[in-house]
Design a protein around this ligand. Structure first.
Ligand code: HEC
Length: 235
């Protein structure tokens, strides 16, 4: 007995064949579009007079979030003069951030104390001036921001690597370094104790050259009478 429903396999096969050929036709179209001419990034072009296939932005174009309208924040300048203030409050967090960024980006040449004796300089790079000379102690904060933003003489700029907010934090930290190198006990108000630990919640990295110094013994360990076999003598 038949149920009246068509379950003949030839009909189904015909439909699948139809679908398959439609898919093949679509794939054919994709081939055509995929093979259109294009440039690999930064490849030379014969079409443009300047030979660049990467086209520069049309003058006046501003990408989203790149409208640097707050000029002091982005230039450190008021008119054509360097300003001497931080465009946001100089909190402990800002100084800690500045210290961290300084140690990463500047200390390889300028040294962690800002004296210009960084490792890259010890290996032959041009010696930068110490931050503790009078001229740079008098230099306004905006000047340091400008040097980082545009470079100075042999020094490359750090605008790409260090965002504007961090450049200001570094400038603030350099000022703190300068004060630290020229401070006297009279700079501390009477009766005030200088903290020997960072404020709670603030994590300050010790300078690399003193790492582990706090755990080192103050006197050299005495050699054990009978050194343990294969092991270092225990103090
Ligand atoms: C690759 C080494 C190098 C690094 C890294 C470097 N500098 Fe310099 N910097 C120099 C040299 C070299 C000079 C001196 C340039 C000259 O006089 O031609 C200099 C000069 C300066 C000056 C003094 C400009 C003046 O008026 O004499 C400042 C301020 C300064 N750098 C800040 C920074 C800061 C902030 C950073 C980190 C963001 C930094 N530098 C990173 C090499 C470096």
């Amino acid at each position: 007995m038949t149920t009246g429903r068509c379950n003949c396999w030839t009909g189904k096969a015909a439909i699948y064949l139809l679908l398959l050929s439609a898919l093949l036709m679509l794939a054919g179209c994709r081939e055509d579009m995929q093979n259109q001419p294009y440039y690999r990034p930064l490849r030379e072009s014969d079409f443009y007079a300047d030979k660049r296939s990467e086209r520069p932005l049309i003058a006046g174009t501003v990408a989203r979030d790149h409208l640097n309208a707050d000029t002091y924040f982005y230039t450190g300048k008021i008119g054509s003069n360097d300003g001497d203030y931080l465009p946001f409050p100089a909190t402990a967090e800002v100084l800690v951030r500045g210290q961290q960024r300084f140690n990463i980006y500047c200390s390889p040449c300028h040294g962690e104390a800002g004296d210009g004796n960084g490792m890259v300089v010890q290996r032959g790079y041009k010696h930068p001036p110490s931050y503790h000379i009078d001229r740079l102690r008098r230099a306004p904060l905006g000047y340091f921001f400008d040097v980082m933003t545009n470079g100075f003489g042999a020094m490359p700029d750090y605008a790409e690597q260090v965002p504007a907010h961090d450049r200001w934090a570094i400038a603030a930290y350099i000022r703190a370094l300068q004060l630290s190198q020229n401070a006297s006990p009279s700079d501390v108000p009477a009766g005030v104790q200088i903290a020997d630990a960072p404020p709670p919640g603030v994590n300050i990295m010790p300078p690399y050259d003193t790492q582990g110094a706090t755990t080192a013994a103050s006197t050299p360990p005495k050699p054990a009478a009978v050194p343990a076999e294969g092991g270092a003598p225990k103090p």
